[in-house]
Design a protein around this ligand. Sequence first.
Ligand SMILES: [Zn+2]
Length: 197
Amino acid sequence: MATQTKLSLISACGIALLLFISVSLARSDEKSISYSLVPPPSCLNNLGENVVFENINNGQAEVAAAMAKRDKRGNPVVYRFNYKYSPQPLQHFMDLHECAHHQTGDVDLPHPPRNSPDHMMNESIADCIATLRIRDEIGTGRDVVLQAVQQLVEDMVKIGFSATTTYSRKSNILNCLEKEEAAEAFIDRILRHRELR
Ligand SMILES: [Zn+2]
């Protein structure tokens, strides 16, 4: 019974969430600042397909955001919207967060309702994978994570997320930073729980 419950919970968590999250508002007093773009990370989805990162500057507002999905031809892609408005640590974080939605299979699973517990679970997992990858793959990775989380928190406050949501997201990221586990092992556990591996 316990196993049954666990399995159904896990499969419910499997839902993809596309867009969220990594919405990042440029600071209103820094509208003229343009940050150079970081090179995209290597990213393979759970099926071993290469994920392509595509820059889109749509000229709307001073908002950076990212989205993981399959394009019209069915290829896995991460769209990077207006990245020049985000500092580089946050760019790394958004890239790897969106990559994580491909790595965990979120993109190909049914999407849970926005802001539902299942959705938030997927977001926490993606944040954790991004945190572990930055920590382990980028020089001075811990510092990059700490800078990214600070920038993320500032943006979430400006966008209007509640203090509770902002705090819990930050806490999750900081907890993940201390995990004695590499991203690959973490992803492996998720995929096995979802019976995708
Ligand atoms: Zn997300």
